[in-house]
Write a protein that binds this ligand. Structure first.
Ligand code: SPQ
Length: 428
């Protein structure tokens, strides 16, 4: 679908309650399914990716009742999962396929997984290689590199694995397999990535040991059902944080945003760039910390984003690139080659689409160089089927001085189905 975006906006004002975190919503279904008892989930994200996770577990024989953003999962433990009679379709969701491969590796049955055209291009050997090393039989296109992928699980051996890249999905897949393996499984990360899986193991009554960059689980643990309240997704809030920082005269408050330190790189970078960002009503004791965020425009300066910071804001880099077009000076993003294997090659799509709107931005091998102080103009842009690119372009349009037409707008519903409704609430 093609849509004409709102441009030349004079100000944004008001407050939003940010929808549930995508990463935590996926994991709440998965842990509910492998735990024993009835798990309830509130503020579940009803984005297409998380609905794919529900559909996959239903095909594995798990009873899941969903009513809007409240979900009930009747878990019967790992052993309650049944051989599916149909293909498991993960849609556009990398998290679903990679974490499910970890779960299915320990199950003594056959399952086959597929996804959409974007999933078919995303690398899977990062999970299939270590899971095979643990003992799972996995096959797939190009020797297990791409979907469709089949897995015949069984008994697994615990092991120690040094992650070649910073990836929470790979870490989580191995930990989920490790919970079913003999002995202890340890994952050593090159940089700390989001730790929602580790937190959820504890929330469901399991044990996980964290020693620096090493995360270990013992096999044979039994998880117990619980209630999960999903905090607002900071990756969704990021679009309105940047919008509030670059649209003149704005004041926007975002309620209940998840502030897990492994995800708050966007806040650190925005503050470093001079953003007028205020954190209030912090609740740090919950399984996942939350707070309200208020943002107003201010003069912004360029920055360099690299190293251990990258995994803490990997999904926010497209919208940070837009922010950097409005800062004074040259912003450099380095060490972010993982951007190339997301829903699109996000280095190429960000650079190409922002250039169409008049930004001065260059792609590098592992990131981007963004020249600040650009005036954006109208143009015809494309999400390329990537939700984060679509939302970044919708925010860019707000400060463009001509008409912006967005192609493939529907991709946005993967993570933020009410995105345009929320944006319009702030414009009016
Ligand atoms: O699920 P998917 O498609 O991989 O989603 C993305 C996103 O932009 O929403 C990445 F494209 O988020 C990933 C994130 O980049 C979600 C995630 C998780 O829930 O564990 C971890 C990150 O991926 P990775 O590969 O760095 O582990």
């Amino acid at each position: 679908m093609t849509t004409v975006l709102t441009s030349q906006v004079k100000k944004l004002s008001g407050e939003l309650s940010i929808p549930g975190d995508k990463s935590i919503s996926h994991r709440s279904i998965m842990f509910g399914a492998i735990a024993k008892g009835t798990t309830t989930v509130s503020n579940f994200l009803t984005g297409e990716d998380c609905l794919s996770t529900i559909a996959c577990f239903q095909k594995l024989g798990v009873t899941i009742n969903q009513q809007e953003n409240f979900v009930e999962i009747i878990g019967k433990g790992f052993e309650g999962l049944k051989e599916p009679t149909e293909l498991l379709n993960v849609g556009n969701s990398g998290t679903t396929i990679r974490l499910m491969l970890g779960i299915l590796s320990g199950r003594p049955f056959f399952a086959a997984l597929e996804g959409d055209a974007s999933i078919a291009k995303r690398p899977m050997t990062r999970v299939t290689d270590p899971l095979r090393e643990m003992g799972a039989s996995i096959d797939g296109r190009v020797n297990g590199k791409f979907t469709p992928i089949s897995v015949r699980g069984g008994s697994l051996n615990g092991f120690t694995y040094e992650l070649p890249m910073a990836s929470a999905q790979v870490k989580s897949a191995i930990l989920l397999a490790g919970l079913q393996a003999s002995g202890t499984t340890t994952v050593i990360e090159p940089s700390r990535t989001r730790d929602h899986t580790e937190r959820m193991i504890r929330q469901f009554g399991g044990e996980v040991t964290i020693d620096g960059l090493a995360v270990s689980v013992k096999g044979g643990q039994s998880l117990k059902a619980t209630h999960v309240h999903v905090p607002g997704d900071i990756s969704s809030a990021a679009f309105f944080l940047v919008a509030g920082a670059i649209v003149p005269n704005s004041e926007v408050t975002l309620r209940n945003v998840g502030l897990n330190p492994s995800r708050t790189g966007i806040i650190d970078v925005m503050v470093d760039m001079g953003a007028d960002l205020h954190v209030s009503s912090e609740e740090l004791e919950a399984a996942e910390p939350v707070a309200d965020l208020t943002i107003k425009p201010s003069s912004l300066r360029a920055t360099t984003i690299e190293g251990d910071m990258i995994p803490r804001l990997i999904d926010e880099l497209p919208i940070i690139a837009l922010l950097a077009t409005q800062a004074e000076g040259i912003t450099v993003i380095k060490d972010a080659e993982e951007l190339k294997v997301k829903e699109t090659n996000r280095i190429d799509t960000v650079v190409h689409e922002l250039k169409t709107l008049g930004a001065k931005i260059e792609a590098t091998d592992d990131g981007m160089i963004i020249y600040g102080g650009s005036k954006l103009h109208g143009g015809r842009v494309n999400s390329h089927g990537d939700h984060r690119i679509g939302m970044m372009l919708a925010i860019a349009s707000l400060i463009s001085d001509g008409e912006v037409i967005l192609e493939n707008e529907e991709a946005i519903s993967v993570s933020y189905p009410m995105f345009f409704a929320h944006l319009n609430k702030l414009i009016n």
